[in-house]
Design a protein around this ligand. Structure first.
Ligand SMILES: Nc1nc2c(ncn2[C@@H]2O[C@H](COP(=O)(O)OP(=O)(O)O)[C@@H](O)[C@H]2O)c(=O)[nH]1
Ligand SMILES: [Mg+2]
Length: 319
């Protein structure tokens, strides 16, 4: 089914790219066949993760950033993850407005996916969609994520630069910043800097980051922005550029490529193992037999789990 789109995809047809992304999103063998076919062309794009809580201004920032990058490069890709929308495959209403500048540009390709159910792997395909946009010839790709959960974890390994978007809230203590976010940011954005406390928040954040030992020699930068008005965007582009140069100087680009590929293999293999396990008839039978014993207290859940796993390996050896 996907074969009919490949040639058009490689010659730059956006409709073919869109169709292939839908196939990838549906997953299964067909989706993997697409990923197999595009893999030789994957790896050229510079990937930028944009993470932060809902409403922080990620989409608005990506809108301005992608327009700014487009002055330098041919093609920009965006994978936007909406935390609430059950829809996928196209533009979401909110993002359509927030990314209105970028939408008018044929060199910017935006794909929105719903993150609801990402825990079950439903839209854990943000990386894979980015791969399609990468193979399609995107020079820069933005991956928007909401800062928590499994999806974050997966995306983290696939990006070169991570932007953490924060908002100065009155009375919000900088120390209370989720430590998880502190660790992953290469550049911290204090968006909505037009609000009260904006400057102080950025200063506090800088002092706090200075106390930390820089990870792999990089000290994160702090950039105040006003995304809706485009304030601070040139400074942000500059900060991203500095991180990119840092990676280039230190072999970080190749290092990240290696980590990303290793992680991808591990994650995909784990998923497959899980499927294999739960779709195995021996497991279903063993669970049916074991469960009453757990229910009546004769066995602990741990013992039952050990026996389930053993059932799989014993069965294998026995043919
Ligand atoms: N005052 C102000 N509002 C902003 C700014 N950036 C974004 N917003 C608004 O904040 C809301 C959420 O923005 P959005 O980009 O959708 O956030 P996301 O959920 O992180 O993608 C929207 O109503 C934006 O118009 C800013 O710099 N200043
Ligand atoms: Mg958004």
């Amino acid at each position: 089914m996907h074969e009919q789109y490949m040639e058009r995809f490689f010659s730059g047809d956006p409709l073919a790219a869109s169709r292939l992304m839908s196939i990838v999103e549906r997953g299964a063998e067909e989706g993997e066949a697409v990923l197999d076919a595009i893999f030789p062309k994957v790896g050229r794009a510079y990937r930028i993760g944009v993470t932060g809580l809902t409403g922080a201004g990620k989409s608005s920032l990506i809108n301005k950033l992608s327009c700014s990058y487009r002055r330098e490069v041919e093609r920009v890709g965006v994978v936007a993850v909406d935390p609430t929308s059950p829809f996928s495959g196209g533009a979401l209403l909110g993002d359509r407005i927030r990314m209105s500048d970028a939408r008018g540009d044929a060199g910017i390709f935006i794909r929105s996916v719903a993150s609801r159910g990402s825990e079950t792997g439903l839209s854990a395909c943000a990386n894979e969609l980015a791969d399609v946009l990468d193979a399609f010839g995107s020079d820069v790709i933005f991956l928007e994520t909401i800062g928590v959960g499994q999806l974050e974890y997966k995306v983290r390994f696939s990006v070169h630069t991570t932007l953490v978007v924060l908002v100065p809230e009155a009375g919000d203590d900088i120390q209370s910043l989720k430590s998880g976010l502190m660790e992953i940011g290469d550049v911290f954005i204090v968006n909505k800097a037009d609000r009260a406390h904006g400057d102080r928040y950025a200063d506090d954040l800088r002092s706090m980051l200075e106390l930390r030992r820089p990870a792999q020699g990089w000290r994160p930068l702090v950039v105040p922005t006003v995304a809706v008005k485009g304030g601070g965007i040139p400074e942000l582009v500059d900060a991203i550029g500095r991180h990119k140069s840092f990676l280039e100087r230190n072999g970080g680009i190749e290092q990240k490529r290696i980590e990303a590929l290793r992680n991808r293999i591990a994650m995909v293999a784990e998923e497959k193992l899980k499927d294999l396990f739960w779709n195995d008839r021996r497991i279903a039978q063993a669970l049916d037999a074991l469960f009453p014993e757990v229910l009546n207290g004769a066995k602990s859940p741990y013992q039952a789990a050990r026996e389930l796993v053993a059932a799989l390996s014993i069965g294998k050896q026995g043919g």
